[in-house]
Design a protein. Structure first.
Length: 153
């Protein structure tokens, strides 16, 4: 596993990948003994796409991702990848869409555990009244991301 620290409008982001896919994006810096800091094609692609996203010139990511999670978490994260740039969805709508309409809190927990924020756009999930609630990368960053996408929550 390799990592690269990149600058962003949200501060430093640590990108973690293996040879095949991006595994994590961590807000801040992360240095683990099991990781090697290295420039790889995949990490460079992820950085390039993120920079274009932050500039507003990229609306859909192509870098391969492979998050690790439970079956339920994977269902939530897979669904989130379909929420379009500049749009939001409620936790309840996600729960209903994945066939488990009573699992609103579990959807929130899955969002909180999303290992690849921004690219798996958990920032686009809001309260049923449109309010900003919860974001593992800090609520102010959720607001910044939605602002970048042209939304005024």
């Amino acid at each position: 596993m390799y990592y690269k620290i990149v600058n962003s409008p949200l501060g430093d982001l640590t990108l973690v990948a293996n040879e095949q896919a991006l595994q994590k994006i961590v807000f801040g810096t992360l240095a683990e003994d099991s990781l090697e800091e290295k420039e790889t094609t995949l990490l460079n692609q992820a950085e390039d796409e993120l920079q274009k996203y932050f500039k507003g010139t990229l609306k859909k990511f192509a870098v391969p991702v492979k998050p690790q999670g439970s079956y339920f978490q994977m269902a939530v994260w897979d669904y989130l990848k379909m929420v379009p740039y500049g749009d939001t969805i409620s936790y309840g709508q996600v729960a209903k869409a994945i066939g488990n309409p009573k699992a609103v809190r579990a959807v929130g927990q899955a969002n909180n555990k999303n290992p690849i924020p921004i690219i798996i756009p958990c920032h686009r999930v809001v309260g049923k009244d449109g309010s900003l609630i919860g974001y593992s990368g800090k609520l102010e960053n959720k607001k910044k991301l939605l602002d970048m996408e042209g939304l005024k929550p």
